[in-house]
Structures are given as C-alpha cells and as structure tokens.
Design a protein. Structure first.
Lengths: 337, 337
C-alpha cells in the first residue's frame, strides 16, 4: 500500500523537501551534507545516494487524507514536507540519546560527525520543518495557516514529552500499561494524528472534520505500535527481518511485557536476573503465553484499530483515496492475523 | 540600564514565561523541573530558586522596541517570552556541545541529568518557544502573526547555522575576519535583530519600520560581540570578573586574534605552539598591541555601533523608550572606552 502511495506522491514530496532543505542560501556545504545525509539524499561525503532510507509513511498519510477530502493533494505538499523533516529531526536526536550506531543500514549522524554536530543538525531540521510549514501559508487562509501552526507546535511538544517518558521508563522500577500508552501516544501516535489532521484540514478547511482525522491518526498510531510490540516477541523472523523475540532479549518494556509484569511474579523474577540469555528469553515467552499476554495485546490492538476505523468514518473521506485509507487499516491489521 | 528595564518589564515577562512553560497539562514533574531549572526558577530538586540566572536582555530589548513605537509593551509579552525561551534552548544544547559544566554558577542541565535528557529538555524549550509565540496571535492581525512566525523561523535557522560555523572554526586551520563576522551574525546578532524587529512589528504593524529595527538589532549584536572580544583580551579583570586575557589563554578565535593571525607570522607561530602558558599569553598580547589589533577592533566595534544608531534613527522610536534605546547604545559602547 505504501509502495503505491509512494509512487503516487513520492517524487513531488521529495522535490518539496529538497526545495526547503537543500536550497537554503549561504548554507555551508558540510552543513548541507549532514542534513542531506540524514534525509537519505547523499552519502557522508556529499555524493548522491540512491538507496531507500525512509518509507515516508507520515507525509504519505497526510497527502492521502488531504486528497480524500477534496481530491487535490498537491496543495498539501508543504505540510507533508514539514512532518517528514520533523520526523527526521527526532530520529537524529533519538539516535544520540539511545546511543544507536546504525539506522537504515548506515552509520547514524552522530557516528559520522560526532554528537555536537548531530545535535545541531537535528536542531536545524527542527527549524526547517517549521520553514517547510511556512510555505503552506500560500495555499490556505491565514486562519487555517495559524491552526496548522498550532497543531504542529502541540505535536512537537508531544514528541518531546513522549521521548522524556520513554527515557524515564528505562530507569523506572515499574511501568503501568496506562503509562505506556501515554508514552507511545506522544512518541509515536501524536505525529500520525497530526498528519491525518493537517491533511484533512488543508483539504477541507473544516476544523471539526479535521479533528475526526486526528482521532483516526492517533488510534492508528497506537494500534500500529501495539502490533510492532507483538511482532517484536512473536513475529516470524523470516518476515520481520529481526531475530525471534528480539524485544525480550533486550528486555524492552513493550505492551505484552508490561501486561505480563503487572500480572506474573514469575516474569518479574525472570526480568530481575542479572544476566539474561536465550534460556531466559524462552522462559519469558512461555510465561507470557501462559498468562495470555499475546491475546491481550491482540485485543488491545484491535480495540485501537476499531477506534481508528470509526473515527475515519466520521471524517467522511471520499473517492479512491477513501478506499485506500480503509485498505491501509486492513493491511496493517493483517500483519499480525 | 538593563536593571531599570528589568524592574519595568521583568515580572510581567516572568509571569508570561511561567504560564507557557510551567503550566503544560500532563507534564511529568521531573520534566518540568529540568525546564524550570534551565530558566532559573527551581533548583535540581524542583525547589524554588531565588538567585538571578539570566539577564533577560533579549526579551527586554523586544519589549523596549515595542514600547518605543506605540507606548504599549504588554501586548508584546508572548513574543518576548518566545525569544527568551528560544535563547535558553540554545544555551542547553551549546553547553552539551561545548562540554561546559557550569552556567550561571550552577551545574549545566547535562551535568545534572545527563546528555540524553538535556538534548530533550532543549528540544522541549525549542517547541515551547513556538508555543509562546503562538500566544501572540491574539493581539495582532493574522498577517502580522504569520510574519512573526517567518521571522522566528529564519532566526532559529540562523542560530543553528552560526553554531555550525562556530564548531567548524575550532578545527579549521585558518578563519578569516569575514567568516567570523558571518558566524557571529548568526550565533549572536540574529536573535537580537529578531527581538528588535518583532518588537517593532508588534508595536507598529509596519514591516518596513520593523526592518529598520532589525538592522538596528543586528548591528548592535555584532558590535556587542566585538566589545566582548576586546574585553576578553584587554578587559580589566576587576570589572569583567574573568582572569586577564582569558580569551588568549584558551586560544579563542575572537576578532582581534583573527585580525592578528591574518597579519602577523609571529602570532601564527606562537599560536602553533603545542603547550601554551602565561608567557605565551604575554607574548601574544604584546604582538597584538604592536600590530594595532586593539585599535582595529575598536574601529570595527564603532563602525557597527554607528550602523546600529543610524538604523535606529530610521526606525523612528518615540517617547521615553526611544531615549532609553539610545542610552542603551551609549552605555554599551562606554564599556570599552
């Protein structure tokens, strides 16, 4: 589905992003290289790079929602560029914070240019995201432009709040399922909510209708994260491309694990062990299965997909793009079923 | 002068900033502590802190420029809060990038909470700066609100560009005086330019007049940095509170040093020495004096002050606040004369 959407919107989106990021006047060349590298356009020496780095899921969702209200997605390109650039800002800073050396099969920005430069490159993308959104002013009323800006501010703040909770959870003795949902709402779902809302608002000019799109995006984002959590434990390594039960080995506090830790003293005891190997992973998965953690995660995922689907109905999308939006939900949901 | 302005505007400004930063719904308490700490409101445990941390120069300048156009500064408080919060974002990230352990006599944010949290606290302030500016929408036309947003975007980008150049200069064999001015234009002067411009725009609603204010702020900022550079070498330790010739000991690439390195092979040779102590500092200062670096820096400083002063005349400030703006230039200029 995203492949089809990428074919439809991808090259116009890419042009818009390049216009914002690569055409800044007086930009020092090595600065441009860092920014272009993080967006997948060049290698670390500044030479063109031709392998895919990101799926551009967020801007594609925005454009699809815009098209589903009035049939015209071109006018939403500035906002689409803005959300993708914002997403990439957060990846650069996340990679420093998580000490991650690799992203999309390449060294991360801080690995290539050091932490100080990576912090600054992230800050520059953060700013450029706002510059991209500024371009939206030309095709909407001033009132809608200001509302888009408000949505964007709120979303950026949710991202930092979600990131704060995520980092805090690593050192927090116990995390509840509710706290977890609050964290992923900020860290993952808020930006998807903003994409759907901004697309709907640009297309329709109608804030109420856009609010239904926001609800659709938020619940879709939470459901998607739940699914990722399920696949991180029970996913087929041949399909996910990761080793089996990878989230258990890293003792990641994902939904099924938190569900399990809330209910099983045995799992708590396993998770307290100082060293943790394959045998502990097997024991953990067996315990999660015994207490029905997988089924509980499915139920929860389904609950959020249903909320997303109902909100989408209320947003009244139209035409082919409405069909594609519904198809998107179904396909995503199928990954675990 | 700034003491007087702080008495006039300070408490209203503080209230506005607290309204934005401290009253976010659902804010995790430790997150609020990090943000409040960086703004000087609380200590690292979250208890009220009563010592001054920042001089709030930027928002005071903004409010003064606003008052000088229409006599009403209250309506510019959201923008004033925005520039101060943006400034504090940049300090948090700068301190990580420069590995600085102390600011305003307290451990820096990264020293207290670690780099990962400090990156995120900076990102949150960056976002909150935009949220603060959003509040300006209520008291200006949508057109002015969008223009303020454009100025703010441009300024934030200049900040990251200036920071990039500053970091690059540390590893660059030779830096020209022109490159240096470009760097400080972004890193120091751009935000002062934005303060004057935004204040003038909010007060007058007139973009052309606001552009004169911008020119005033930009040149004031450059002149101020030149002065700092002079004081960093020839300043009286009893007045500056720093040791004598502190910028020479750290081999900082400030204006007089770059002027000297462009002209004196002897200074180049001294600066290439592996170890660098008090004798080298004395020798460097003697060489700078011999080639007239101090006088050249004075001349340059004076040049930018004159540009600032002429631009201020074109901006047509009025009333007491106009007198205070002119007094501000004179007092700042007196520091080195």
């Amino acid at each position: 589905m995203f492949e089809m959407l990428y074919k439809r919107y991808g090259s116009a989106l890419d042009n818009e992003m390049r216009r914002i990021v690569a055409s800044q006047p007086n930009q020092p060349p090595d600065f441009g290289t860092m920014l272009g590298y993080s967006l997948g356009w060049v290698d670390a020496e500044g030479a063109p790079y031709h392998q895919a780095t990101g799926k551009r899921i967020r801007p594609l969702l925005l454009l699809l929602c815009a098209e589903s209200t009035d049939g015209n997605w071109h006018s939403a390109l500035p906002a689409a560029a803005a959300v993708e650039i914002l997403h990439n800002f957060s990846l650069i800073h996340d990679d420093i914070q998580d000490d991650s050396p690799i992203r999309h099969n390449r060294p991360t920005v801080w690995k290539v240019w050091g932490t100080a430069n990576a912090i600054n490159a992230g800050d520059a993308l953060f700013t450029l995201a706002y510059s991209a959104l500024e371009g939206q002013t030309a095709s909407v009323t001033p009132q809608v432009a200001l509302e888009l800006w408000r949505i964007f501010n709120h979303t950026a703040l949710e991202l930092t709040r979600g990131q704060h909770l995520d980092m805090r959870f690593e050192h927090q003795a116990s995390v509840t399922v509710d706290e977890y949902i609050e964290m992923i709402s900020g860290k993952t779902a808020a930006l998807l909510a903003a994409c759907a809302q901004m697309g709907g608002l640009i297309g329709s000019g109608d804030s109420t209708r856009a609010a239904h799109f926001a609800e659709f995006g938020l619940n879709l984002g939470i459901a998607f994260q739940m699914q990722d959590d399920i696949l991180g434990i029970w996913g087929d390594p041949g399909v996910t491309g990761k080793s089996a039960a990878t989230d258990i080995l890293s003792r990641k506090k994902s939904f099924p694990v938190l569900f399990g830790l809330e209910r099983s003293e045995r799992l708590q005891a396993i998770y307290r062990r100082e060293s943790f190997g394959d045998a502990d992973v097997k024991e953990s998965v067996a315990e999660l299965d015994a207490i029905g953690a997988q089924e509980a995660a499915y139920q929860s995922e389904q609950h959020y997909y249903q909320l997303a689907s109902a909100a989408l109905d209320r947003a009244h999308p139209r035409g082919d793009s409405a069909k594609w939006l519904r198809q998107l939900i179904e396909e995503l949901f199928k990954r675990t079923h």
